[in-house]
Design a protein around this ligand. Structure first.
Ligand code: 3UK
Length: 519
């Protein structure tokens, strides 16, 4: 399909955009002009939304946001489950010049209080399922809390708002939306993405690597709040005039297989933890996955053995690829016509990749080092975090924080993080945050958390603790510690194992030496 008018890519995959435009137009409005008005843009178990309905609702949402007092440049924090209203809020904001910020929906009240304050958002819109974490978060801020409303209340505002809206013009590198990303220490960082970034990821990875076309039906088990899910389940299908399948349930083998059987998607996107659970389910019963032409995995490395078992069970390959919130989507990936199990694949054309040693010099081919990338879809900076920005974004290059090696055939092999951060089910998990939670339990004196591979080869948190009363060690305390973490933290962060030790290895300055515990 032809690129939208005014948008082109050079022979080196560099994007050319009009000096003033609004990215909602090529992703949404263009499909009406191109005759896709009656085509399904979104399928859910409750409803089908056509492109003409989507465009009108995006306009109503933009008008409703303006009527609620938001102005161009203001932030909208949208804690929204995977449902059509996510699209209305996100694109309605962008079309009106407002900056949508969709955080992880699995977080707790103090995380939301932080993000509301850090973003300085003018409105919080949230699915009613998340009321129990959002309302206390707002209360914590007292008089500093912004206006907040549920998605249902917002849909009621939209119903009376006009269905036409003039797109607010912006330059390609103007701020467009933010995504929060967590680090090993300190608070989440708001990565500020520009208007151009979704065009770049959708074309370079979506179209040119995955071959997404308007005939594709895309279903992402990874949620829209995750940069991975945002591309998979929203920007890729909208870029080509295809169809997105949305499901708001927690993804399990049962929900994902029944969604695939009902909607017959052509592309499925998951994370290794989910593929492991799906494989276990497939080994005891067959499901109809015949609609799929490709499966994609990201978030953490996909073990080669899982690639082989999935191929055996389903006949379909899983294309592993590494992406990040900062790069917005996958920058090294396998392709249908060029893949190698147990690797992240090859650089996506248009992304420059370097593996550097500790002096910042390129390593010899085959040696491991720190992975840096240069991406036209890269975030411009972290909001309010100039030091983090300076550490991560250097002369147009992004420090991924990952250790990589390139094999003799040009495939990139993941060798771990350069910091202590863990990926659990594809989502960031800070060992420090889990340690702080454990130390909040009355039995614990000190705690260290490290990643530990489960029987599938996937990383989960393991706690190593020192007790105030060593005699308390045992299964009942282990259960109590797990329950304490599940209740206090986002539930996926709880330690799956607890080990009791008399003391922890420390540096002279008292810093826990997690690398010694990983042993
Ligand atoms: C790790 C991987 C090995 C790696 C993401 C696809 O995961 C995404 O973004 P995040 O900001 O995390 C980025 C970090 O996650 N990682 C991601 N994918 C892989 N490690 N193999 C992989 N295939 O440490 C990376 O630096 O949460 C993934 C698309 C968009 C994304 N935001």
């Amino acid at each position: 399909m032809a690129l939208p008018s005014g948008i082109s890519f050079s022979s080196t995959h560099s994007v050319h955009l009009p000096p003033l435009f609004n990215v909602a137009v090529p992703f949404i409005d263009r499909h009406l002009a191109e005759g896709r008005g009656e085509k399904a843009a979104i399928l859910t178990r409750e409803e089908t939304v056509t492109y003409v309905e989507l465009a009108a609702r995006v306009n109503r949402a933009g008008n409703a946001l303006l009527a609620l007092g938001l102005e161009p440049g203001d932030r909208l924090l949208m804690v929204v489950k995977d449902c059509p209203a996510f699209f209305y809020l996100f694109w309605g904001a962008i079309k009106a010049g407002i900056v949508p910020v969709p955080p992880n929906t699995l977080l707790r009240a103090p995380d939301y209080a932080y993000m509301i304050e850090d973003s300085g958002c003018g409105l919080v819109a949230y699915s009613s399922e998340f009321t129990a974490e959002i309302e206390p978060g707002l209360r914590q801020l007292g008089a500093r809390a912004p206006k907040a409303m549920t998605v249902d209340a917002f849909l009621a505002e939209m119903a009376t708002a006009p269905s036409t809206l003039e797109a607010r013009l912006a330059a390609p590198d103007d701020d467009c939306f933010w995504l929060y990303s967590s680090g090993s220490t300190g608070r989440p960082k708001g990565a500020v993405h520009a208007q151009r970034d979704m065009v770049v990821t959708s074309e370079l990875y979506g179209v040119r690597v995955l071959g997404v076309t308007e005939r594709d039906i895309c279903y992402s088990a990874a949620k829209l709040f995750f940069a991975y899910g945002l591309g998979n389940g929203m920007t890729f299908p909208l870029w080509v005039g295809g169809t997105a399948v949305l499901d708001d349930r927690r993804p399990t083998p049962e929900t994902t297989f029944s969604t695939i059987e009902t909607f017959r998607p052509t592309i499925f996107y998951g994370v290794p933890t989910l593929y492991a659970a799906q494989l276990a389910a497939l080994e005891t019963g067959t499901r109809d996955l015949s609609s799929l032409r490709a499966c994609v995995s990201a978030g953490e490395a996909l073990p080669g053995d899982m690639f082989r078992r999935w191929k055996e069970q389903t006949g379909t390959v899983i294309l592993d690829g590494i992406g990040s919130t900062e790069a917005l989507h996958i920058f090294i990936g396998n392709r249908l016509d060029d893949f190698r199990a147990g690797t992240s694949g090859k650089p996506v054309p248009g992304y420059e990749v370097r593996i550097l040693d500790e002096n910042g010099d390129p390593v010899a081919k085959g040696e491991s080092g720190r992975l840096w990338i240069k991406a036209e879809s890269a975030a411009k900076y972290y909001w309010n975090k100039p030091e983090k920005t300076a550490e991560t974004m250097v002369n147009g290059w992004l420090n991924t924080g990952d250790t990589y090696r390139e094999d003799e055939d040009g495939y990139f092999i993941y060798e771990g993080r350069s910091d202590d951060m863990l990926k659990v089910g594809g989502i960031w998990c800070s060992p420090v945050e889990i340690e702080n939670c454990l130390v909040g339990h009355p039995a614990i004196l000190e705690a260290a958390v490290i990643g530990h591979a489960d029987e599938q080869g996937l990383t989960k948190p393991r706690a190593i603790v020192v007790l105030k009363q060593p005699g308390d060690a045992g299964a009942p305390l282990t259960d109590a510690l797990m329950a304490h973490c599940k209740k206090t933290l986002a539930p996926y962060k709880y330690p799956r194992w607890v080990e009791y030790v008399p003391e922890l290895p420390k540096t002279a300055t008292g810093k826990i030496q997690r690398f010694k515990l990983r042993g």
